[in-house]
Design a protein around this ligand. Structure first.
Ligand SMILES: N[C@@H](CCC[C@H](N)C(=O)O)C(=O)O
Length: 327
């Protein structure tokens, strides 16, 4: 099969976007999973954290399906949704749109540039669910808020939530961040285990100062990524609940691939989060794929120049993290 795609990233969390609306592609479920495994392989010519399939929607401006690099499908992807937001807004000539995702139709909109010459989009992160059944997390209690899970650690306190993909969040110091604790723990809960039968995205969070945090995430179906949009949103919410940051205020969220902003809204009994950040295109490509043989060839590739502007902010951001990380 011949497929046209765009490679882009949100905070260095990179994706291949395949537009089924314009190109009229149709894939079986197996093909979607196989495409993700083949094209996202970091040893190959493309490589990515996942594939974003942009599909026609009956009720919204478009529909997003996201497949992780291991071929599993996720219910949501915050960084990926910003790329889809940009793609759909530019395709439809709009500044805002609604995107159908697995569990909700979400509002997305073009925003003033967060950094000079960096395309910036805001996406809605909701619903937010604390019921452990929503992850699922098999513990004998309805919710887990800032509590220990002794099967995982004697010291760390975790909060579990679904936004609506599953997240496990813990606040840590620099020493813990730099240790191998996150990797070991994440591999355990993302392998065969009794606590998280479907796996979970695991984030270690350091409070850099009032209104700014650093988040490092081991993603289900991928491993460590530069950033995870839903994880940064969930982490922002957890810091507000712990009184470290404020609801309805901008939180700067630093990550290994850049920086985003989150605003956490407390609505009656629900939470909703705005995730604002870059949607940067790297290149577009024509790819010839033989799924049976498990091979592909990039037959044409055109680079975008916008990564140059993005890289300028990257060095500033990384220096800020080094200077402000708390012990
Ligand atoms: N990187 C994404 C999340 C992608 C899905 C996740 N790995 C899962 O399986 O839940 C984001 O930016 O939110």
């Amino acid at each position: 099969m011949e497929i046209k795609m765009i490679k882009g990233h949100g905070s260095g969390n990179d994706f291949l976007l395949i537009d089924e609306i314009t190109h009229g592609y149709t894939f079986t479920e197996l093909e979607r999973a196989e495409l993700a495994k083949l094209l996202c392989d970091r040893e190959s010519k493309l490589g990515a954290d996942g594939i974003l399939f942009v599909i026609k929607s009956e009720r919204a401006d478009g529909r997003m399906r996201v497949f992780n690099a291991d071929g599993s499908e996720a219910s949501m992807c915050g960084n990926g949704l910003r790329i889809v937001a940009r793609y759909l807004c530019e395709l439809l000539g709009k500044n805002e749109a609604f995107v159908e995702t697995m569990k909700a139709d979400l509002k997305v909109s073009k925003q003033p540039e967060l950094f000079s010459q960096v395309h910036t989009y805001q996406v809605e992160i909701s619903p937010v669910l604390f019921d452990l059944k929503a992850l699922p997390l098999k513990l004998n209690k309805p919710t887990l808020y800032n509590e220990k899970i002794y099967e995982l650690s004697d010291d760390l306190r975790f909060t579990a939530l679904a936004v609506p993909n599953p997240h496990l969040i813990t606040m840590v110091d620099v020493e813990t961040l730099q240790s191998d604790i996150q990797q070991k723990l994440s591999e355990k809960v993302n392998g065969p285990n009794e606590l998280f039968p479907d796996g979970v995205n695991v984030s270690f969070v350091n409070q850099l100062g009032k209104g700014s945090i650093y988040v490092k995430t081991f993603e289900r179906g991928v491993g460590f990524t530069n950033a995870c949009g839903t994880a940064m949103s969930a982490s922002s919410l957890v810091t507000c609940m712990q009184g470290l940051n404020e609801f309805e205020s901008v939180i700067d969220v630093y990550n290994n691939g850049g920086k985003v902003q989150c605003v956490v809204h407390q609505l009656d009994k629900e939470f909703q989060i705005d995730l604002i950040g870059n949607a940067t295109y790297l290149f577009n490509a024509d790819v010839s794929i033989d799924l049976k043989a498990g091979t592909f060839e990039v037959t044409a590739q055109n680079e975008y120049t916008e990564q140059i502007a993005y890289e300028k902010l990257q060095s500033e951001v990384q220096q800020f993290i080094i200077d402000n990380m708390k012990g």
